[in-house]
Design a binder for this molecule. Structure first.
Ligand code: ADP
Ligand code: MG
Length: 238
């Protein structure tokens, strides 16, 4: 059974068809990278999976259950989006713990989860700081930690590294890859960085104008692009 199935999803904003007829099936533990030019509908698709925007039609299944009309909190997902707003008045520890508190996770378990992700992301020494006392990269790790404190069926990452400088992006990319290998979780990850796509993905979906043009392994998409657009976008050899 697929961990995540997107079935014939359409999304309209007024008269604009932003998602035309998107179907994707992702196996448990798979790392799917979604790429495509700005405005093609990547974030709209992520928001639909997260339940932040209702779809116009179609269905979304997590572990075989139809979650199309469930609220974000009732879907077994955690997300890190481009604008990773941390709560400025809370410490790092409280920021990471807050989502668990909302879900009524007992205190001892919350503390364990905080220690676990802090260790994983090497932010233990930052736990008592406030977001204003952190660098951009450290804030990014905290945002990541907030998502990783939970162990959902599916993680959604929408350009989580785009605000970081090049060096840190490469470091974080390596870390995300290790995390995936270690935790074996299902991930959908949006990036416009082809290198990031090629290094992280089990599977790449190339999107254009609200459609998935190609879905395949990095090797397939890079070496056997379905058309000129995919070839150009992936930088395939001609
Ligand atoms: P991407 O993430 O691939 O850059 P988006 O999914 O953000 O693209 O946007 C796809 C299209 O949908 C764009 O034309 C954008 O203007 C439009 N769009 C996104 N969100 C909304 C919204 N809340 N209301 C109206 N139009 C929107
Ligand atoms: Mg976007």
């Amino acid at each position: 059974m697929a961990a995540l199935e997107i079935h014939n999803v359409r999304k309209e904003f007024g008269s604009e068809q932003v998602l035309k007829n998107v179907s994707i099936s992702i196996d448990s533990g798979e790392f799917l990278i979604l790429v495509g030019p700005s405005g093609c509908g990547k974030s709209t698709l992520m928001n639909a999976i997260a339940g932040l925007e209702p779809v116009t039609s179609g269905n979304i299944y997590i572990d075989g259950e139809d979650v199309t009309w469930r609220t974000p909190a009732d879907r077994d997902i955690a997300m890190v989006f481009q604008s990773y707003a941390l709560y400025p008045s809370m410490t790092v520890r409280q920021n990471i713990s807050f989502g668990l508190e909302m879900r009524k996770v007992p205190k001892a378990e919350r503390e364990q989860a905080v220690e676990r992700v802090a260790d994983l992301l090497q932010i233990t020494h930052l736990l008592e700081r406030k977001p204003a006392q952190l660098s951009g990269g450290q804030r990014q790790r905290v945002a990541m930690g907030r998502a990783l404190a939970r162990e959902p069926k599916v993680y959604l990452f929408d350009e989580p590294l785009s605000n970081l400088d090049a060096k840190l992006r490469v470091d974080m990319r390596t870390e995300i890859k290790k995390l995936h290998q270690r935790l074996g979780t299902t991930i959908v990850y949006v990036t416009h960085d082809q290198v990031e796509a090629m290094t992280l993905a089990d599977c790449i979906a190339v999107m254009r104008d609200g459609n998935i043009l190609q879905l395949g392994t990095p090797d397939e998409v890079y070496n056997n692009p379905v058309d000129m657009f995919v070839a150009g976008f992936m930088g395939s050899p001609s």
